[in-house]
Design a protein around this ligand. Structure first.
Ligand SMILES: NC(=O)c1ccc[n+]([C@@H]2O[C@H](COP(=O)([O-])OP(=O)(O)OC[C@H]3O[C@@H](n4cnc5c(N)ncnc54)[C@H](OP(=O)(O)O)[C@@H]3O)[C@@H](O)[C@H]2O)c1
Length: 269
């Protein structure tokens, strides 16, 4: 059967694993990547059994600047043409710009910014030639809000991914690629392993439950938005209200609100 193929980064947990389950349920074959190969293999087995699609595992550390080119070469080597790319791998880097090592900031930029952009650059021409493509960049509501103290580059990188997605979407339209779309998916607080990895679970547990979403509706919103050719989507009514507030509140007020609240979800130590 001639199925479409989706490459998902950060597929070993959380939002990425949910993207894998939902694209498989839609009948797509998958390539899953992340560092933890055992997790990827377990998810691949689960999905093959449940959905009957082909799942290929390619473990990579996206902090390695050579990883995106290696991934694309491995795909080409196996004759796998990518129809959808989900740039999802990510994490928060706790601490301030003062307290962190440059090596850790550079790795953060590589995983969350350069790798998604390079993968897009390498895979877009094939999508254009085949006249079909979907690119979802998992950004964040943080890309709308003011920058915060702690986790210094997170908001910058996510804001950059939103702008990048808008530009690629506009270029696809301007160049007449009518079935080639790029969308920034901007979740708010979403249940996953994200807050365990960055050490903010205890603090974020205190936040009201209405602020949180499950990964399933977040992912569904991303897939629907990219199919419709929307450059940006904010999933869920609460997140939509917050995104709107960041646009209509006076900037000093928005900054003051982030300053007052950010210690609940950002670590300064
Ligand atoms: N959860 C939220 O509240 C929230 C809100 C807004 C945006 N987001 C964004 O959503 C995306 C997914 O996060 P999540 O919430 O699903 O977190 P998660 O459950 O911690 O999953 C993160 C994924 O990224 C992968 N990853 C991390 N570092 C990597 C590296 N160096 N190389 C390759 N893969 C790497 C992890 O796999 P390995 O550890 O196996 O490598 C894992 O599969 C991120 O971009 C995050 O910024 C999350």
């Amino acid at each position: 059967m001639n199925r479409r193929l989706c490459l998902i980064t950060g597929a070993s947990a959380g939002i990425g694993a949910e993207f894998a389950r939902q694209y498989a349920a839609l009948g797509w074959n998958l390539v899953l990547t992340a560092r933890r190969e055992d997790r990827l293999q377990a998810l691949a087995d689960e999905i093959r059994t449940r959905s009957g699609v082909d799942v290929t595992v390619m473990a990579e550390d996206l902090a390695d600047p050579a990883a995106p080119a290696r991934l694309v070469a491995a795909l080409e080597g196996q004759g796998l043409a990518v129809d959808a790319l989900v740039n999802n791998a990510g994490y928060g880097l706790p601490g301030t710009f003062f307290s962190t090592r440059w090596e850790d900031q550079a790795a953060f930029l590589q995983v969350l910014y350069t790798a998604p952009i390079e993968l897009t650059h390498r895979l877009l021409p094939g999508m254009a030639a085949r006249r079909f493509g979907r690119i979802i960049n998992v950004a964040s509501l943080a890309g709308y809000a003011a920058g915060s103290a702690g986790h210094t580059l997170y908001a910058s990188v996510k804001a950059g991914l939103i702008k990048f997605s808008e530009s690629i979407n506009a270029e696809c339209d301007a160049l007449g690629h009518t079935d080639l779309h790029c969308t920034a998916l901007c979740p708010g607080f979403t249940f996953s392993e994200f807050h365990d990895v960055n050490g903010t679970r205890e603090a974020t547990k205190q936040m009201p439950s209405w602020l949180w979403m499950d990964a399933a509706p977040v992912v569904a919103a991303g897939i629907e938005a990219v199919n419709r050719g929307r450059p940006v989507v904010v999933p869920g009514p609460v997140n939509k209200v917050m995104a709107t507030l960041t646009r209509i509140l006076p900037e000093p007020l928005g900054r003051a609100m982030v300053r007052a609240q950010s210690s609940r979800y950002r670590r300064m130590d």
